[in-house]
Design a protein around this ligand. Structure first.
Ligand code: ADP
Ligand code: MG
Length: 485
């Protein structure tokens, strides 16, 4: 073997994540998960979402969902047919820059309410006009649309439809909103326009993924766990309320206790920030040091799409910088710019002379005519980095299955996943399953009981389903009651 391939193989081995380390990772995840349920400020945040049930596919009705993420505001209505299927109508609007940073919160939320109004006029005009007539006649207000509000910024939640903004991220900066209840801000803008809408739920996108899968999965079994493996990674699962002991010491919270269960948003991207069990190569260390949040999101930095391309670029650079080897030079300008889709393309290509690898290297790194051997070296590294990410992904999944005791019955356990990495990286699920079998408490018998399915559109149908669960919650703050009508 050539020096290049010998060295590539040596580096690849640094990314090995053997069975015994998977098992240690799972044990430590369970420990950190328990700690997160008991107190605040732990590595695994284990955030109570106040969503106290998952759907089983028989739910019916028409619900609204809105999603304020980075650049767009999405409004949609979801008709749940009650047979695991749904129809979704949506519109997407770019948020004007000036509303993101220079105006007041009233400007922003009025803009959002106006978008909801025009959506209703276009797609649900009958309902809308009937409501306006009743309002004009001072008749009782009824038939409100329940709305799920996906708000992808840090919030401190107090109930299923209340939560205060901790800080803005992603280019937003509207100081007067910080510390205020974002559901109340949206509701008040909606009420100013007399819209037949009740903000029923504040939604986290990972929780939405779990809900969407639980509704759409075959049969009537509910889903236990939803995981995202895209730009970032995170998961949400159904927990027994009695185990969420920190709820007892949380002030001013209100939720429906009748089901005995609540969805927990694990925020597992920050699992093991202290690096007690996570693998840590020189490439992981360099990446972390040069990131804008060193020491934070350490699990995510080894698993998710935002980082795998950069880990690869650093490993390639090591091969390039070794004078004995002299791999082509991966461009410096591509720092943080090597898209993880490159890894999928490379992993997929098994053809002679690697045509797809060559095309991808040209597209992504401006490398002209790499040799077959260089392509093989790239493949060796990609395979190692991708496989480690998938095996690491098995850690929270196995831990949740064990911690919740769900493998102890004969029933299958449903897991919903979303994100380009799990969807497109070749055999990502297969590597997850290999690692799951290696965990003693799961084993081959447990692994067979796990059904993993893609769950799309957590912020659409998922948010609508959370609004539905919320509408059955008697502790919900009802705007009409508040107005005393
Ligand atoms: P989001 O996380 O914004 O919901 P995605 O689930 O599409 O969006 O994830 C985007 C991330 O996935 C990016 O980091 C991107 O580099 C990576 N990605 C996109 N396409 C692929 C692919 N084919 N294979 C692996 N990773 C991909
Ligand atoms: Mg996504």
């Amino acid at each position: 073997m050539s020096a290049l391939l010998v060295e590539a193989t040596r580096i690849a081995r640094e990314f090995d994540y053997p069975a015994e380390q998977v098992r240690r990772g799972v044990a430590e995840y369970i420990r950190q998960a328990d700690e997160g349920l008991a107190k605040e400020n732990t590595t695994l945040s284990q955030i109570p979402t106040f969503v106290t049930a998952v759907p089983n596919g028989t739910e019916k009705g028409l619900y609204l969902a809105v999603d304020l993420g980075g650049t767009n505001f999405r409004v949609c209505s979801v008709q749940l047919h009650g047979d695991t299927t749904f129809s979704l109508t949506q519109s997407k609007i770019m948020i004007p820059r000036e509303l993101m940073a220079s105006g007041t919160s009233k400007d922003l939320f009025t803009f959002l309410a106006r978008q909801i109004e025009s959506f209703l006029r276009i797609h649900h005009n009958d309902h809308f006009e009937a409501h306006q007539r009743r309002r004009a006649n001072n008749a009782a207000v009824e038939d409100l649309f329940d709305l799920g509000f996906t708000f992808s910024f840090p919030v401190r939640q107090f109930g299923i439809n209340s939560g205060t903004l901790i800080r803005w991220t992603k280019g937003f900066n509207i100081p007067d909103a910080v510390g205020h209840d974002v559901c109340a801000l949206l509701q008040s803008a909606i009420d100013d326009l007399n819209l037949p809408v009740r903000v029923a739920a504040l939604v986290n996108d990972t929780v939405g993924t779990l809900m969407a899968r639980s509704y759409t999965s075959p049969g009537k079994t509910g889903t236990l766990l939803g995981g995202i493996f895209g730009t970032g990674t995170n998961g949400a699962y159904l927990e027994k309320i009695e185990k969420i002991t920190k709820l007892d010491s949380m002030k001013d919270v209100h939720y429906d206790k009748s089901t005995g269960e609540m969805i927990i948003n694990a925020e597992w991207g920050s699992f093991d920030n202290q690096l007690s069990v996570l693998p840590d190569t020189i490439y992981d260390r360099q990446l972390d040091e040069e990131s804008n949040n060193p020491g934070i999101q350490m699990f995510e930095k080894r698993v998710s799409g935002m980082f795998l391309g950069e880990i690869l670029r650093r490993a390639l650079l090591a091969l390039h910088n070794d004078p004995q080897i002299g791999l082509f030079k991966p461009s410096e300008t591509s720092k943080w710019g090597l898209d993880t889709s490159l890894l999928s393309l490379v992993e997929e290509d098994t053809a002679k002379h690697y045509p797809a690898v060559k095309a991808a290297l040209k597209d992504h790194l401006k490398i002209e005519n790499p040799s077959d051997e260089e392509c093989e070296a790239v493949k060796i590294l990609v395979h190692a980095i991708g496989k480690r990410a998938a095996r690491l992904s098995a850690v929270p999944i196995a831990a949740v299955l064990i911690h919740t005791g769900k493998l102890q019955t004969d029933e299958l356990v449903d897991v919903g996943v979303d994100g380009s990495l799990v969807e497109f990286y070749p055999n990502f699920e297969g590597y997850i399953r290999d690692a799951l079998r290696e965990v003693t408490e799961v084993g081959p018998a447990g692994e067979k009981k796990i059904r993993i399915g893609i769950s799309k559109d957590g912020s659409g149908v998922g948010a609508a389903l959370i609004a539905l669960v919320a509408s059955k919650d008697e502790t919900l703050q009802n705007p009409q009651q508040k107005e005393g009508k």
